[in-house]
Design a binder for this molecule. Structure first.
Ligand code: 6PG
Length: 231
């Protein structure tokens, strides 16, 4: 499957275009099925997009956001993706949306992965999945050469949520698996900086997904990858 690349002159222009695109997709899902499901990522790249989306006039009571991954920390921890999404996205009108986080208090990480897997398995096809990427070619929390990464990247695999211990990043992680992330009609990779674009181009040539997990989302035939980028 090939991919499309839309380049924008600035991060603000990119955030505005991405927000408009996601609004259109979610509105169509609400009109067609009465609800819409949007997978979002952590990190700093999406924060401008989140702040714009909070101002949308979508009926957020019919929108469910699902975290693509989580650093396995409590929501009040500074590294928590859930905490960041609650601070930057679930504000204003968007506070009416549902958020499916991954961290569950009182469980060890393996039990947490099993419990979150059951929750995510029960969800329908996602209307849109928005992924980020690190300079090591990870996406979500699918990290290069991490223990279990082969299974997490297996598109014939059964797990929807996996526990991952990155070799090159803090915190144990929970992540949606590659096979679950591509169960969407709109797969978007949100990138900024020349460095990340160069890493993405390397991933294009990468034949071993375990070394650059983002390449798995390029080399699959289920859903076209839409890359949106600004310097
Ligand atoms: C996370 C994200 C991760 C992120 C990349 C890029 O938990 O950190 O889900 O996959 O998208 O690490 O992070 P930045 O946007 O901060 O560069």
């Amino acid at each position: 499957m090939s991919y499309s690349l839309a380049s924008f002159a600035s991060r603000d222009a990119l955030d505005r275009a991405l927000c408009a695109r996601v609004e259109t997709i979610l509105q169509a899902g609400i009109e067609d099925r009465g609800q819409a499901f949007c997978v979002i990522s952590g990190g700093s790249t999406p924060l401008g997009f989140f702040r714009l989306l909070t101002k949308s006039d979508l009926d957020f009571s019919k929108v469910t956001f699902i975290l693509a991954d989580e650093r396995w920390v409590r929501p009040d921890h500074p590294d928590s993706n859930e905490g960041a999404v609650r601070r930057h996205l679930l504000q204003g009108p968007a506070r009416l949306a549902t958020l499916i986080g991954l961290f569950q208090e009182g469980l060890d990480i393996k039990a947490n992965a099993v419990s979150s897997d059951q929750i995510v398995q029960a969800l329908p096809l996602f209307d849109v999945v928005i992924l980020g990427m690190g300079l090591d070619g990870h996406t979500a929390s699918l990290f290069p050469s991490a223990t279990g990464i082969e299974a997490a990247l297996n598109l014939e695999g059964s797990a929807s949520v996996v526990a991952i211990q990155p070799l090159s990043a803090p915190n144990a992680r929970l992540s949606l698996s590659a096979q679950r992330l591509i169960q969407t009609e709109n797969l978007i990779l949100h990138l900024t900086s020349a460095e990340k674009l160069a890493v993405f181009k390397q991933a294009e040539a990468c034949q071993e997904a375990a070394l650059m997990p983002v390449s798995r989302f390029l080399n699959q035939s289920k859903v076209a990858l839409q890359v949106v980028w600004a310097p």
